[in-house]
Write a new protein. Structure first.
Length: 437
């Protein structure tokens, strides 16, 4: 096949002094941090949807992207060719993984049977390309939101036939993920929510969502798929309220419906900010529950209130993200998946390289800074000391469940007033972080 990026060779690590915009300044995949290579820590993935299907259209105008390899048709042949281009890109970038929705990789047919046939025909090429390049599938997912049939949701639709269609689509997407050796499968609740409660039986809809997930858990066992299931929280967009609104809501939902042992969370930065949280908050919420699985790396714009899916370049963001990831033991099945798109104005193919190189370098820096903060130890020691009163005496007794309410009362009556004796030292800690950035 003719190269789609003939003037670009494999992106190399050239170090922080390099002025080459097509080189990594910080992402040296072989460098060891905390006993693992950067490649093993970060497990970068390229998304098929934004990177190879994004047109640059917005509510005010048509697409702008120049993608000379794409003939613009909805044919299987074009999809297969696009797959080869995708792998040329991913391989040149040096990302070890990629992710897709079923409908990104292959065109939807007139019937589900035809769609499945198209999907198989493209999956064959994906499999060949994975073998040729060594690039692996981090996770697959089904697009249960673009087609008008999903107008009222997929598993949460008021129409049982729509549920059936969605379930069949999930079944097929799981099979193809399994066939391609995928390491995970994600459920993002595209339109699983409501626009108005006036027409919505919320309890019934949530039960139906749980039903679909239970069916998927059962089928996973049946086909022997060992990959990790993820739920990806997002509070709104496209619906006014999505049921998987944030990490805490997802965890509660999973617990309520006995699904928690089967799922981890895939935390996305711009979704966290739409929920009124920081990425760090969402990661800590997931991590504390033992459910931090993977991340969709991107960022929003502080002045815009929607899901702009920009490439992450903010070193504080990547540092705090990697501090949480390292704290909870690092990625096992998950990774850093760039669910991000180049701006509508960045329409040349080369912009795809600049965007990913910048994101990978930002995460490499974040990882190294986080590791340095951990090695230094002052931050962790501060937090440990802050809770020292719980390590002995009455604190330890309460924590271990050995103190009754009566005993606690007796203790404090004897002790008398308690005066605040430890400062939170926020400014001191912020300065400490800046020592490393
Ligand atoms: C939408 C979003 C999705 C999921 C996969 O905001 O993040 O692309 O990551 O369905
Ligand atoms: Co996402």
């Amino acid at each position: 096949m003719k190269s789609a990026f003939p003037n670009i060779s494999s992106i190399a690590y050239e170090g922080p002094q390099s002025k080459n915009p097509l080189a990594f300044k910080h992402y040296n995949p072989e460098e060891i941090v905390e006993g693992k290579t950067l490649r093993e820590h970060l497990r970068f993935a390229v998304v098929y949807w934004h990177t190879f299907r994004g047109t640059g259209s917005d509510p005010f105008g048509a697409g702008t992207m120049q993608r000379p390899w794409d003939d613009g048709s909805n044919s299987v042949k074009n999809a297969q060719k696009r797959a080869q281009v995708a792998f040329e890109f991913i391989q040149k970038l040096g990302a070890p993984y990629y992710c897709w929705h079923d409908r990104d990789v292959a065109p939807e047919g007139k019937t589900l049977a035809e769609s499945n046939k198209n999907f198989d025909a493209v999956a064959k090429v994906l499999k060949e390309e994975q073998k040729r390049t060594g690039v692996k599938l981090l996770w697959g997912t089904a697009n249960l939101f673009s087609n008008p049939r999903f107008v009222h949701g997929a598993s949460t639709s008021c129409n049982a036939d729509v549920f059936a269609f969605a379930a069949a689509q999930v079944k097929k997407a799981m099979e193809v993920t399994h066939e391609l050796g995928g390491e995970g499968y994600t459920f993002w609740g595209g339109r699983e929510g409501y626009m108005t409660l006036l027409n919505t039986d919320m309890k019934r809809e949530q039960e139906h969502l749980a039903k679909l997930l239970h069916l998927a858990v059962g089928y996973k066992k049946q086909i022997g798929f060992k990959g990790q299931f993820y739920i990806e929280p997002k509070p709104k967009e496209p619906t006014k309220h999505q049921y998987d609104s944030d990490a805490a809501a997802c965890l509660n939902f999973l617990r309520e419906y006995d699904l928690l042992p089967h799922f981890k969370l895939n935390i996305e930065t711009n979704h966290a900010t739409l929920a009124g949280h920081t990425m760090q908050h969402e990661l800590e919420t997931a991590g504390a529950a033992g459910a931090l699985g993977s991340i969709d790396a991107n960022t929003g714009d502080e002045l815009l209130g929607w899901d702009t899916d920009q490439f992450p370049t903010n070193i504080y963001l990547t540092t705090y993200t990697m501090l949480s990831v390292l704290k909870y033991g690092g990625f096992t099945t998950g990774g850093v998946n760039f669910d991000a798109k180049v701006r509508r104005e960045s329409f040349e193919p080369i912009d795809l390289f600049y965007a990913h190189i910048g994101g990978m370098d930002a995460f490499a820096r974040g990882l190294k800074i986080a590791a340095a903060i951990r090695k230094d130890g002052r931050l962790a020691e501060f937090v440990k000391q802050r809770y020292a009163s719980w390590d002995s005496g009455i604190g330890a007794k309460i924590e271990s469940g050995k103190a009754s309410l009566k005993e606690i009362e007796a203790y404090i009556l004897k002790k008398g007033e308690v005066t605040p004796n430890t400062s939170g030292r926020q400014e001191f800690l912020e300065n400490l972080i800046n020592e490393f950035i």
